[in-house]
Design a protein around this ligand. Structure first.
Ligand code: KG4
Ligand code: ZN
Length: 346
């Protein structure tokens, strides 16, 4: 197949991301606009504001990505977009933009699963892991361990029974009076504190399976916060202990998954994958079993269009004759990743 250029569009939450990926030359350009500053005043993402902002950003970002790549609209061979999971309104903006641009350019439109994008994002790096591998997906909405046999073949091994790791970071940050988004702020505060001074549990560390639970940690932090007025130093110590607790459990279960499946490559994707302490622990643990951890490039850890374009390109290369869309489409705000396989083969 001759090389193809795939435009990727991400708009599932509070980032508008666009990218142009070439199946031979790799990533040509990508650009992200984050709405963090806009949602900050509200302490979290306001869905309606998110949707409206995506509308404003899509065309300027498209122009920027094309200019940076030295390409024009006519060079686009296919358009991949995030069809779910995510905020319904935000997804609709990206999906309707992508589908209408695809009709206008007479190219196929490819709906992409947001988590599959995260999952495959380390493959965009200079030293991509070989299949099969174990993937630890740690985002704001999901905490999952998966066995990845090839593109499109994902077996869910375990996931969070309640809050996702990122969600736990965000909620705990809020309890400690930190701004939104909480994860990076909490991680920063944790660096100035000492873990172990106030003990927190390691939920499900010894549960014998690959499931997680993080909502109890948040409650333990709430209890500590309510007990007495905490000094800044005490808050930093609690943040450090919280980070230790979450990363202890994540690292232990990721290694357990590798051992159980006799795999030595671990891929880490999703926003929490940017956490330095988590990376230290995973690198150390995998080195011990003669394995290696693969991360996406730092700028591709959080939501972006490059992972969506890449994912779309993989799908395109798997299909003999992709459909020319008729403009009809559906978004899936809730969309379990293991339903993908069924969809791919239907
Ligand atoms: O993958 P992502 O950008 O968006 C979702 O698809 O959810 O992940 C965002 C999540 C947020 O919960 C954010 O607080 C968390 O990732 N996060 C972090 C760090 N950077 C981002 N959590 C802990 N430490 C970090 N350094
Ligand atoms: Zn994400």
């Amino acid at each position: 197949m001759a090389s193809m250029k795939v435009l990727g569009i991400e708009s599932s939450c509070d980032e508008t991301g666009l990218a142009l990926y070439d199946t031979e030359r790799g990533l040509l350009a990508h650009a992200v606009h984050t709405q963090v500053a806009m949602h900050e005043a509200y302490g979290g993402v306001v869905p309606e504001l998110a949707s409206r902002d995506h509308v404003r950003r899509l065309i300027p970002l498209l122009e920027k990505v094309l200019a940076d790549a030295g390409a024009t609209r006519g060079d686009i061979d296919a358009i991949a977009y995030t069809a779910g999971p995510g905020l319904a309104g935000a997804l609709l903006v990206g999906a309707s933009f992508a589908e209408s641009l695809a009709v206008a350019l007479d190219v196929p439109a490819l709906p992409v699963h947001h988590l599959e994008g995260h999952l495959l994002s380390p493959l965009l790096g200079s030293e991509p892991p070989a299949f099969p591998f174990i993937a630890l997906l740690v985002s704001g909405g999901h905490t999952q361990l998966m066995r990845v046999s090839k593109v499109g073949d994902y077996e869910l091994l375990g996931e969070s029974l309640d809050d996702a790791a990122g969600e736990a970071f965000d909620k705990t940050a809020k309890l400690l009076g930190l701004g939104y988004p909480g994860g990076p702020a909490l991680a920063k505060l944790a660096e100035t504190g000492v873990a172990g001074r106030s003990k927190l549990p390691r939920p499900m560390l010894n549960s014998g399976d690959l499931a997680f639970s993080f909502s109890g940690l948040k409650t333990a932090v709430l209890t500590a916060v309510r007990k007495h007025e905490m000094s800044d130093a005490e808050k930093a110590d609690l943040a450090a202990e919280f980070q230790e607790a979450v990363t202890d459990v994540l690292a232990a279960k990721a290694v357990a998954a590798c051992r159980q499946h006799r795999l030595s490559s671990l891929v880490v994707a999703g926003g929490v994958g940017a956490n330095r302490r988590l990376r230290q622990k995973l690198d150390g643990a995998l080195a011990k079993i003669g394995g290696r951890v693969y991360y996406p490039e730092v700028e591709l850890c959080t939501d972006n269009g490059a992972m969506i374009a890449f994912c779309g390109a993989q799908r395109l290369m798997q299909q003999a004759l992709p459909d020319r869309g008729d403009g009809a489409f559906a978004i899936r705000p809730r969309w379990p990743l293991d339903e993908l396989r069924a969809q791919a083969s239907s």
